[in-house]
Design a protein around this ligand. Structure first.
Ligand code: SF4
Length: 286
């Protein structure tokens, strides 16, 4: 696409992934089938405008099953700890599970490591809901680290160590954690639970960042995979801007540029990507 002398290039893989599309479809079906109130345990996906539109249609975001009390309760894409699901099953709530199947794989791997007696290391963001869910499956004693520097090596020395990864991490981060554990662990079992959609979006974003003068990353600021795209792009092209909506674009970011790259997180709808491209065309072509 062109806007005057400026070319606008959208990444090969950008926007909604399989897990997000599936969760939104499940939510639509739950809304149609529900006879009482509908709530989600935390936001269904990490995109404030999509979640806001669902709220307008009656999907209330709650922090616990107790807050929902009656009706239908949807488990978010990022999953929840098993005890939360077990607790909800003892109520009158109708439980609908929208956990992404890739997240569910990571949860099962975490549980299998615990059952097999491994010291479990979870590579991910400490405060992210997906990681909180993984911790629940990995059980007490699991260690959450954000990178190799955070590994408690003395505590893990001589042990059988098992690793699972938040689905939106980078391969490079996983590789450095595995490399740091090799000289320490008696036995090391690493499950690469990074999802396919994440890997495709990350490599497409890196290719794009290498070819343009400025990168715009569209998506929720609370979206881990969007933030990671911005981080990866910024390492290649320092003129990288993470926005939630086209209204945030500033003309000054594009002074003197010839090529603008646009990418978007896995929870960003197509219309937000299209609105960003349209706004860029207006800024640069007008
Ligand atoms: S980014 Fe991957 S793990 Fe997350 S919802 Fe999408 S497909 Fe599932």
């Amino acid at each position: 696409m062109r806007a005057g002398d400026v070319e606008i290039v959208v990444a090969r893989y950008a926007g909604y992934c399989y897990g997000v599309e599936r969760a939104l479809r499940i939510t639509e079906e739950a809304l149609e089938a529900a006879e009482g109130p509908v709530a989600s345990l935390g936001p269904i996906i990490h995109n404030p405008s999509v979640v806001g539109r669902l709220e307008e249609r009656g999907v209330k975001v709650v922090a616990s099953a107790g807050e929902a009390a009656t009706g239908t309760l949807i488990v978010r894409t990022h999953g929840v700890p098993p005890e939360v699901v077990e607790g909800a099953r003892t109520t009158d709530l109708t439980l609908v599970d929208a956990t992404c199947p890739f997240v569910a794989v990571a949860q099962r791997k975490a549980a299998s490591l615990r059952e097999a007696g491994y010291a479990v290391v979870i590579l991910g963001e400490r405060d992210h809901p997906e990681v909180a869910g993984l911790e629940g499956f990995a059980g007490e004693g699991a260690v959450v680290v954000e990178d190799a520097a955070g590994l408690p090596l003395a505590q893990l020395r001589g042990k059988r160590v098992g690793v699972v990864v938040q689905t939106t991490q980078t391969r490079a981060n996983l590789a450095s954690v595995a490399a740091a554990l090799v000289p320490v662990a008696r036995e090391l079992l690493v499950f690469n639970t990074i999802c396919d959609a994440t890997e495709k979006r990350q490599s497409a974003a890196c290719e794009l960042a290498a070819e343009v003068d400025v990168v715009v990353v569209v998506g929720g600021r609370n979206s881990a995979n969007t933030a990671r795209l911005a981080q990866l792009c910024r390492a290649i092209e320092s003129r990288t801007h993470h926005i939630e909506s086209a209204a945030e674009l500033a003309a000054a970011w594009f002074a003197g540029v010839r090529r603008i790259g646009v990418t978007a997180g896995a929870s960003t709808p197509d219309e937000e990507i299209e609105a960003t491209v349209a706004a860029l065309q207006a800024l640069c072509g007008g």
